[in-house]
Design a protein around this ligand. Structure first.
Ligand code: GTP
Ligand code: MG
Length: 197
């Protein structure tokens, strides 16, 4: 799919303020610093569209970007970011949960996981929560440029084994790098296909 247009639409800081125009939404979630905002920039080929930072906790609102005037990419705050105060963290948590459960136009939630890490409880807990709320999801492993192909395959196998302990079926899985654009075509193709599914 060609991305002809990508524009920031709005930041949601409290509940119930989604963009007025209802369009298919594809949202990105995962731990702080996993590379959500960078992936949005990579997919759209727009460097500064979503704000990124080496310091975790950069994205603190629900940000909608409209693509080709037809669908939204949604950048979400990270979970598990300890330096944000507990109140604020619980506040985010509620807003995100509410958004994810209530959105009638969420076509897919992409859960991002750093390919270098062993399966972490915080991610599997989130995946279980999303699964039990019947949120349509896919997993994107990030930062693949940091590992050799052999190590990437090892990490994938480890994750698949972990997921199959809890689920009967694997969700769609993608391997990506915002640095070398690995995964871009596959992820955009998946998004395109889900319009006609
Ligand atoms: P929060 O908004 O804080 O939740 O973080 P985020 O998940 O949006 O992460 P962000 O995109 O801001 O990236 C965090 C850091 O990881 C930045 O320093 C990025 O340059 C780096 N990064 C993101 N993706 C990649 C990648 O694919 N490869 C490499 N090597 N670095 C990456
Ligand atoms: Mg971010």
């Amino acid at each position: 799919m060609e991305i002809r247009q990508a524009e920031f639409v709005s930041s949601i800081t409290d509940m119930g303020k989604s963009p007025a125009k209802k369009l298919p939404e594809f949202a990105f979630i995962g731990r702080s610093n996993v590379g959500k905002s960078s992936l949005i920039n990579m997919l759209t080929n727009r460097k500064g569209l979503a704000k990124t930072s080496a310091k975790p906790g950069k994205t603190q609102t629900i940000n909608h970007f409209i693509i080709n005037q037809k669908w939204y990419l949604v950048d979400l705050p990270g979970y598990g970011f300890a330096s944000v105060s507990k109140d604020l963290r619980q506040g985010f948590g509620k807003i995100i949960d509410h958004y994810l459960i209530k959105s009638e136009t969420l076509y897919c939630l992409f859960v991002l996981i750093d390919i270098r890490l062993e399966p972490q409880a915080i991610d599997t807990r989130f995946l279980d929560w999303a699964g039990s709320n019947e949120i349509p999801l896919a997993i994107i492993f990030t930062k693949a440029d940091k590992l050799s192909t052999g190590k990437i395959n090892q990490a994938l196998e480890r994750y698949k084994t972990e997921l199959l302990k809890r689920w009967d079926e694997l969700p769609p899985l993608f391997v990506s790098s915002s640095t070398n654009k690995k995964g871009r075509e596959e992820i955009l193709k998946f998004i395109e296909k889900s319009f006609s599914a």
